[in-house]
Structures are given as C-alpha cells and as structure tokens.
Design a binder for this molecule. Sequence first.
Ligand SMILES: [Zn+2]
Length: 351
Amino acid sequence: MYNSIDVPLFITIEDNALLKVKKILKRSNIFINNPMIVTDKGVSSTFADVVRKELKIKKDRMIYVSNNTDDEVSRVIACARKLKVDFVIGIGGGLALDISKLTSYRYGSYFISIPTLPSHDGIASPVASINVSGTRMSLNASMPVGIIIDIEVIKKAPVRFIYSGIMDLMSNLSAIKDWQLAYEKGYEVRYNGFARALAYSSAENIINFDDSDVYSEDLLRVLLNGLVLSGIAMEIAGSSRPASGAEHNFSHAYDSLYPQNFLLHGEKVGVGHLLISYFRDKGEYKKIIECYKRYGILESLRKVKLDKEKVLNAFEHARTIRKERYSILNEIKLTERQIERAVSEVFKKIS
Ligand SMILES: [Zn+2]
C-alpha cells in the first residue's frame, strides 16, 4: 500500500532566526515570489513585522487574524486569492498557524510555519482547529514546507505555555495506547509503527530529560523538536491518532461544555492524561506525576484554580463524544463513584 506523506523540507531552530529568515530560506532552496504573512494582533505581530522587513514584504500583505472561525478562514483565503499568493507565512501561536495551514490547504499555496509559542503540537501538523458554526472541529490542513523557530522568541513565552507544550507532548504516551487498542479491536484500519515510534520517543525524551529548568536552551530544543515530530507522526499516520486519544477527548469535552474557559490546550490535555492513566496504567500515572512535579507543572495547575465539578462533568462527557475515536473510555465501565475517586486523587496531587 502506498501512502503519500508530506514531510517538511527544512526545520530550523536557532538563535535570532527571525533576523536570518532570508538566509534560511535561501540555503533551504525556497524561493518566494508572492508571500503573505498571517499573524495575530498580539505580541506575535511584532515578530511578524521583523520577518516582513527582513523579506521586504509590503504592509498590505500582512493579514491580522482575530478568531479561529471558518468566516475568518474565508476572509484570509479571499486575501490570498486577491494577492495571488504563492506562500503563506504563519507567524504566531495556535490561531495564526491554524488559519495559515487551512488557507494554504484550501487555496493551494505553500505554508511556512513560524511558531512564537511552544505550547502545542500543531506547529507542524496537518490538522487545524477551527470553529465551524460554533463547533470546534479538527480539519485537514497543509503540512508546512518549512519550520523556522527563533529560540530567543520562544524564551519570551510565559511559563504556562511551555508547560502546556510539555503536557501535550507527554500525552502521546496515552494516545498511542488508544490507537493500538482501537486497531486491535478493529475500530481503526490503519496503524503505523513508524508514526508510533516518533510520537513515543518524542514524549519519552521530554519525560526523561535530565533538567528541571524549562527555560534552558537544551530543554526547549528537545520540546520543540518533539512537538514538530509529533506533527510529522500525524502526517505519517494519516490522522491525529499518534498524538490524540482519550485524554484529548477529555479536553474536547471540557471545551464543548465550557467554551469560554481560559485554560490552555495542554493544561486540559495534561489533566485528562492524569485521569486516563489513573485508570489504565498506575505506573504511567506515577511517572507523569513525578515529571510534572520536577518541572513545576503541578504547582502551575494549582495556580489556574481548576474547578473540580467541571473536571468531573468533562470526564463524564468525554465518554460520549468523538464516538469514532475508540479509546479506553469505550472499553472500561466506570461508576460515578470511581470517577469521583480518581478526580479527587488527581486534585489532591495538584493542591
Ligand atoms: Zn494536543
């Protein structure tokens, strides 16, 4: 069986990369004629302006996005069409990258990813999280032809965003177990050992990293490489399976019940991972707790003041959503009492 796989042509993670974008593109044999920059209206726009000046791109080719709705995607696609764009350069956190990759996919241009936060594995994945008529959906999108990461920019990220990336990456351990389970039970026809290996080893690398300073350059490189490899694992698998299982169901359930929440993606996934591993594998549960403790993640989760009632409701709801994504939640029958006990145990660890 032949599977077409889109892998980035280059990945650059270096100091002051934004000031060297022109050089990086040249040495990667990328020649751009009609670029368009997509960024948000926050801090990332400052970084986007550096890239714009470096590549001598006119101001009217810089598009600012403010929400991740399908209307916003349509607006950006119309801009790309009008400007006859050949490359969309997405610069920002989740929002700008999601809109850029979906615009590239639907309009038919190339996509370059310049993430400014290390908070999720969408920096190089073929999936965009978009609000379609009020419902958050994961839609097929373009893989980037290249990824440029400025380590100085990443170092400016608030610690919560680094923790979010660590939790999203660690959750691969849970996701690959659900993927394998679904495959063995006949609910998934595709299972790819190579994608599994990429997802697994990038999670293990961050868990076993011998340092607790999350701002150390070595750790950030392990994290960023891991997040990129997770995205590539999804492309190889042909789905987000290697990086999204029952713990992501919990996160989606939380968002659908409480759409106005201010928790980061990785924080919801991290709590989901604790709960799922509590039921599935106590060894993994202990391993995550120890790792969260070492990095200061438990302390950070305490500060965001999680609501126990909401966590309980989201866990209950997680069992009823994304039915097509077979996971441990379909496999085990849990009583309300068992769930209550698990949530209490996790809250005890956090507080
Ligand atoms: Zn995720």
